[in-house]
Design a binder for this molecule. Structure first.
Ligand code: BGC
Length: 679
């Protein structure tokens, strides 16, 4: 081993030369590392969020932080619990249906990550919301693979624009927290291809994600960290992934052995060496279970990302990062406003008119509850958190009085929902029921009896049932809206912001109508959990079975109305390799400015195998002034019409008719046109 005599000598080494080709720098650095040093770089160290430094070669410690909605979790230890911006949770950001907002979030959170001197954000979590009971649903985006993928790509691009690595997790089928360390997801190839993998694939192919986190659970018999089929074969060989795979924290405890993980392509074991203890790696190589070449490839992947995040570059030339800026706080508020979904608004009770209201009764367990520091690894230590009550006080100051008695108030608002605690919206467990806690249901029923003008605002991370829905005139889904949530909610309730969020998940009327809840074997399973529903996840199932949901996927109201008309297709007949352009006119037919999410679904009219009645293949969010009309266009390629053929192991489009369905929710199709695929 050669010790460098001075800093100058180090600076003159080829890998320090910023003008040199990236791969040459990586190779040069790899060549200089001893086997022991490479082993050292293969696992985390005591603080649970970093990789040891190799001082001899000027390799600093590579540092990671959690954070699905701000810097949090494991990274907080490394930041000595410094405070951060608390943004709205992922499901709320997904409900914006606005990739630009999600990308902006990615940029902002990366700035916060960098301001702490960290290099990687352990996010986005893009597991499909398979069951409405999933404890971590609030940390995920969607039940639909297309919607999920658009959000994932946007966030990864935003994060990596700041030269911070995104770590896309949890690869894959970590769709429940019950028994998450051991459960074996038995899932068909078609469901993997059509539902569970697309967002991961797009994060790699379209956004060039620099890291992937392997899941705890098994997929078809193999744990995420030793799943060669998923990691080496699909991720690396098929999708061309150049980054590195990191284990979920302690996810290497259960896989079989060291060589299995090395061979599969796991670069980094976190948080501490278990399978990747020095002795074990050395033995695996020495005894020929794994080649040194394979091990080198694993290490090289981490080195590559170290270069990409700028660890060997002049710091003054890197993005500087910042946190808790007014800009981030304003963004947190804007995204929350955009993600809030108006579910019911009878007789235009909302928006409230601040000029005529005198008294507002504010009730419910979430009225003054702070949520930032909860939920497991995604918790954020927020600089501040405006609760709904605080937001309303700020809005009503000097204009209307906040009181407690609904019977004498002009209007009552109940902040109901859930919390980040075990068996509610939290890592480590799943929910036990879809209903709101009994006391809340009682409060809602009692309050409506005393004041029919009662508005329910839900603060929670996923679907809930609403036996009380008929009795209340207005319902708002606000999710966990972040540190500016109280202001965002007040702005929506009083019409300063016109709601434009849409549900990224189906809200079922009852749990048993959900596809994953047919039996215990399908959720939560025991040793195995059987994905018997196959590709019929979320609205695909509700549509196919003709089940009326409580609120459908893609649904959300506005304070204005929109018309979608004049569907045009560039050609009625599509040949292989061609693209059809589809356009519609969208008009704001109401009195206030608002934004609509135009959604395009495809239906295969007659297929040789079972296909969902419709599948989302495009969407676009568009803002319109009253009476304004704009044209929205979409492109449909062959892939948009295809399904995964398990027999031939490839994507197929069958000749014949397809319906192009366009509307503003999966159950509100306003225009449609038939096209024919002629092959
Ligand atoms: C979670 C990951 C997280 C990691 C580090 C695990 O328990 O599943 O999402 O990134 O901890 O905190």
């Amino acid at each position: 081993m050669h010790y460098l005599s001075s800093k100058e000598e180090l600076l003159n080494l080829p890998f320090m030369d910023g003008d040199l080709d990236l791969e040459k720098r990586v190779e040069d650095l790899l060549d200089r590392l001893t086997l022991d040093e490479k082993i050292k770089l293969s696992a985390g160290r005591w603080d649970a969020c970093s990789v040891p430094a190799i001082k001899r070669l000027g390799i600093k410690s590579f540092k990671m932080t959690d954070g699905s909605h701000g810097v949090g979790g494991i990274g907080l230890i490394g930041t000595r619990f410094r405070k951060n911006t608390y943004f709205s949770v992922p499901i709320c950001r997904a409900a914006t249906w606005n990739p630009d907002s999600v990308q902006e979030y990615g940029r902002a959170v990366a700035e916060e990550v960098r301001s702490h001197g960290f290099h990687m954000n352990l996010a986005p979590g893009i597991n499909i919301i398979r069951s409405p009971l999933g404890g971590r649903n609030f940390e995920y985006f969607s039940e639909d693979p297309y919607h999920n993928k658009v959000m994932a790509v946007a966030q990864v691009k935003g994060v990596q624009s700041q030269r911070i690595a995104a770590c896309v997790k949890h690869f894959v089928c970590n769709n429940q927290d019950t028994n998450r360390f051991r459960v074996n997801a038995i899932v068909s190839e078609r469901a993997l291809q059509e539902i569970y993998l697309p967002a991961f694939e797009a994060a790699v192919r379209e956004a060039n994600a620099w890291s992937i986190m392997a899941c705890y659970n098994k997929v078809n018999g193999f744990h995420g960290c030793e799943n060669k089929d998923l990691l080496r074969k699909r991720l690396m060989k098929e999708w061309g992934f150049h980054g590195f795979v990191v284990s979920d924290w302690f996810a290497t405890k259960n896989p079989t052995n060291t060589e299995g993980c090395l061979d599969a392509g796991l670069t980094l074991e976190m948080p501490i060496p278990i399978k990747y203890r020095r002795r074990r790696i050395k033995r695996a190589i020495k005894e020929g279970f794994v080649s040194e070449e394979t091990f080198n490839d694993n290490v090289k992947r981490l080195l590559r990302v170290m270069f990409l995040v700028g660890m060997f570059d002049d710091g003054s030339k890197l993005p500087q990062g910042c946190r808790n800026t007014p800009e981030h706080q304003a963004l947190a508020r804007e995204i929350a406003e955009e993600g809030i979904v108006l579910l019911k608004n009878e007789d235009h009770l909302l928006p409230l008119d601040i000029t005529t209201l005198k008294t507002i009764a504010v009730l419910g367990p979430n009225a003054n509850k702070k949520h930032s520091f909860g939920g497991g690894s995604s918790c954020v230590r927020a600089l501040y958190e405006i609760t709904p009550l605080q937001g309303l006080k700020d809005k009503c100051r000097g204009k209307a009085e906040i009181i407690k008695d609904p019977a004498v108030a002009d209007v009552a608002i109940i902040f109901a929902g859930l919390r980040h605690k075990l068996h509610q919206d939290s890592e480590f467990s799943d929910r036990r029921s879809l209903a709101l806690p009994k006391k809340q249901v009682e409060l809602i029923n009692k309050t409506v009896n005393r004041n029919p003008r009662t508005i329910i605002v839900l603060i929670n991370g996923g679907p809930v049932t609403m036996e009380w829905l008929e009795n209340v005139p207005a319902v708002v889904e606000a999710w966990y809206p972040g540190m500016e949530g109280g202001h965002a909610i007040a702005n929506v309730l009083f019409g300063d912001a016109n709601p434009s969020g849409k549900l990224p998940v189906t809200f079922p009327k009852e749990l048993s109508s959900s596809p994953a809840h047919v039996s215990k074997r399908t959720f939560p399973g025991r040793e195995n959990v059987y994905y018997d529903e196959g590709i019929f996840v979320g609205y695909r199932h509700f549509d196919a079975q003709g089940i009326e949901p409580l609120f459908p996927f893609g649904f959300g109201l506005s304070y204005t109305t929109f018309d979608i008309t004049n569907l045009q297709v560039s050609k009625k007949q599509m040949r292989a390799g061609e693209v059809v352009t589809v356009s519609v006119d969208v008009q704001n037919t109401g009195k206030v400015t608002g934004a609509e999410v135009v959604q395009l679904y495809i239906q295969d009219v007659k297929a040789s195998i079972e296909r969902p009645p419709k599948e989302l293949k495009g969407f676009s969010k568009i803002k319109l002034a009253p009476h304004e009309t704009k044209t929205v266009t979409f492109k449909i390629g062959e892939r948009g019409l295809s399904f995964y053929d398990e027999r031939d192991r490839c994507w197929q489009v069958e000749k014949g008719a397809f319906n192009v369905l366009i509307g503003n929710s999966s159950r509100d199709i306003m225009v449609q046109e038939e096209i024919e695929f002629v092959g």
